[in-house]
Design a protein around this ligand. Structure first.
Ligand SMILES: CC(C)(COP(=O)(O)OP(=O)(O)OC[C@H]1O[C@@H](n2cnc3c(N)ncnc32)[C@H](O)[C@@H]1OP(=O)(O)O)[C@@H](O)C(=O)NCCC(=O)NCCS
Length: 156
């Protein structure tokens, strides 16, 4: 949990790839962790290298209104020293394979703040389609930012 907290806090403080704005505490991450299970809608996969946690891919609740329940939102973050080496593709593929196996997941949505060439390429490579763009959908560090919504139709 401390490693995951530190990775996310790096992007919260230094980038717009996440629209979180405030540093996360260890307590916050521990609570976050309780939503996951080994099967079902909300799953978490950790990427490790030489025994060190270097990132994660997860499926999360997409929207609080109940009819959205069969749709999940994906989330993926790697330690900045471990990007561009194929780890993202590996851990995201693992998540998506498990989403295909989960009985009650119909759609996976990935929200990508533009531009983010690595994340855009990864979503396309894994079979996501562009569902649309939220024009200036978020405001961080004094600017509005576009958000592309990627959609994976799991074929079930
Ligand atoms: C986005 C992220 C998860 C991608 O994972 P990664 O391990 O860096 O990517 P991979 O090495 O698995 O590469 C996957 C594909 O994207 C391409 N890619 C990776 N980084 C890239 C970049 N900066 N520019 C262009 N293409 C890139 C790779 O070339 C590969 O495509 P290819 O097989 O056609 O060559 C990772 O870089 C990351 O955590 N970034 C910071 C946090 C973030 O942006 N999270 C996503 C929020 S939506």
């Amino acid at each position: 949990m401390p490693a995951l907290r530190d990775i996310l806090n790096h992007y919260i403080l230094n980038s717009v790839v996440t629209f979180e704005m405030v540093e996360l505490s260890l307590e916050n991450r521990k609570t976050w962790f309780t939503q996951f299970s080994e099967t079902g809608r909300y799953q978490l996969f950790i990427a490790e290298e030489a025994g060190e946690v270097v990132g994660y891919a997860a499926s999360l609740r997409f929207h609080q209104r109940p009819a959205y329940a069969p749709s999940v939102m994906s989330s993926i973050y790697l330690h900045p020293d471990h990007t561009g080496k194929g780890i993202g593709e590996k851990v995201y593929t693992e998540l998506m394979e498990n989403m295909k196996l989960a009985e009650d997941v119909h759609r996976v949505y990935g929200l990508v703040v533009l531009p983010n060439p690595g994340s855009e390429r990864l979503h396309e490579k894994l079979g996501f389609q562009v569902a649309g763009v939220l024009n200036e959908g978020g405001y961080k560090f004094g600017d509005y930012h576009d958000v592309r919504m990627y959609e994976h139709r799991l074929g079930k």
